[in-house]
Ligand binder design. Structure first.
Ligand code: PGA
Length: 253
């Protein structure tokens, strides 16, 4: 089954207000002629509304970088999926390794968030990936499978095709060390097999698996040429319109 490539730029805790809107406009402007690729940008929460407004009417969508699973209540500092939807988001990144490592998010919490994103009618980008230590101990597939199972626990089967998995080896994030296309494909294939056992052939065939971790304009085409690499979650290289656009163009083939 052919899947439409999906490229998302994760701006993390970068950009000021004006810079965010300008970057979004530049990305949209540079992608006018690009078809057949789904594209999203994930600005920090305070800029979501303005970025969504700047992108209105075009094909570039907005993603949040995080959410809380509860609908509302006494959760100081947190943001619900209904709020993100109203702010103009289509996607929410869930379980990024920076949140798992620095904010103590475990598979149970990540799974709750995925269900909340889906309940709001948004599409989750569920991040998984092993640390260097786990890779060296030969535990990559075990770790990633545990994270995928936890993230997709109790997800309504009919909603599975709207979930994107982002495989991001922790040792490759922000380090300039990219997984080789072969290393990425090996893990993506293991994830695809697991998705088949969770949701059946059709869901597994429809779900996009992005690669993330030092994706740049010059390595994107090779990574994206792998049969189970359906897109990219891009950090650093998404902060400059030129490199992000080049990555999207690589996905367009
Ligand atoms: P990077 O980040 O492209 O800067 O390595 C990727 C990510 O964390 O999503």
């Amino acid at each position: 089954m052919s899947r439409r490539p999906f490229i998302c730029g994760n701006w993390k805790m970068h950009t000021g207000r004006r810079e965010a809107v300008e970057l979004a406009r530049e990305v949209a402007g540079g992608l006018d002629s690009v078809r057949d690729v789904d594209v999203a940008v994930a600005p920090p929460h305070p800029w979501l509304v303005e970025v969504a407004r700047a992108l209105e009417g075009g094909s570039v969508r907005v993603s949040a970088q995080n959410c809380h699973n509860e609908e509302k209540g006494a959760f100081t500092g947190e943001v619900s999926t209904a709020m993100l939807k109203e702010a103009g988001c289509s996607y929410v990144i869930v379980g990024h390794s920076e949140r798992r490592a620095q904010f103590g998010e475990d598979d149970i919490f990540v799974g709750r968030k995925v269900r909340s994103v889906l309940a709001a009618g948004l599409s989750p980008i569920l991040c998984v990936g092993e640390t260097l230590e786990e890779r060296e101990a030969g535990r990559t597939v075990d770790v990633v499978e545990r994270q995928v199972k936890g993230g997709l626990a109790d997800v309504d089967q009919v909603k599975l095709p709207t979930v994107t998995i982002a495989y991001e080896p922790v040792w490759a994030i922000g380090t300039g060390k990219t997984a080789t296309p072969g290393q990425a494909q090996e893990v993506h294939l293991a994830i695809r097999d697991l998705l088949r056992s969770i949701g059946g052939n059709d869901a597994a065939g429809a779900m996009r698996i992005q690669y993330g971790g030092s994706v740049k304009a010059d390595n994107a085409a090779n990574l994206l040429s792998q049969p189970d690499v359906d897109g990219a979650l891009v950090g650093g290289a998404s902060l400059a319109a030129e490199s992000f656009i080049a990555i999207v163009r690589a996905a367009a083939g």
